[in-house]
Ligand binder design. Structure first.
Ligand code: DAT
Ligand code: MG
Length: 153
């Protein structure tokens, strides 16, 4: 059994586009286990912390506003399973959808880097920080997936 976890989010544009089910579906069919799920309008402070490493970039203020202005919510998820951090990023595709491989979510649904619909943690360190920022330990629920021995022995 593997305890690796990642934070995946459908951003407001992805929620408006009706892509929440599609994301859940792709992670589920790969065999990953959903251990956290919430719908929220994040505060500006939460988004600023989440994207702290991008502070000072020209698109930063616009990014924070679009994530937190409440025109649509964000759906946050925590997924668990073997190599889920790296594989999650692969399922999403490259940051700029124009560089994303066909078959990835961003290539299948997006064309603009500023409207790339999805987020995924990019390292173990980021995953830990982002899960505690968006969820906290109590909101993440580990459960026994009956199929696990058939998916990842
Ligand atoms: P990722 O979301 O793939 O981890 P990142 O951490 O480099 O990419 O950037 C975070 C988000 O910021 C990204 O999903 C969309 C936005 N962003 C990045 N570069 C941008 C740019 N050049 N113009 C507009 N938005 C950008
Ligand atoms: Mg990132």
């Amino acid at each position: 059994t593997t305890t690796e976890r990642t934070f995946i989010a459908v951003k407001p544009d992805g929620v408006q586009r009706g892509l929440v089910g599609e994301v859940i579906s792709r992670f589920e069919r790969r065999g990953y286990k959903l251990v956290g799920l919430k719908l929220l309008v994040p505060s500006k402070a939460l988004v600023e912390q989440h994207y702290g490493d991008l502070k000072g970039r020209p698109f930063f203020n616009g990014l924070v506003d679009y994530m937190s202005n409440g025109k649509a919510p964000v759906v946050g998820m925590v997924w668990q399973g073997k190599d889920v951090i790296r594989q999650g990023r692969k399922l999403l595709g490259a940051t700029n959808p124009l560089d994303s491989e066909p078959g990835t979510l961003r290539a299948d649904y997006c064309t603009a880097v500023g409207r790339n619909c999805f987020h995924g943690s990019d390292s173990h360190e980021a995953a830990t920080t982002e899960i505690s920022l968006w969820f906290g330990e109590k909101a993440v629920f580990d459960w026994k997936q009956a199929l696990e021995p058939w998916i990842a022995s």
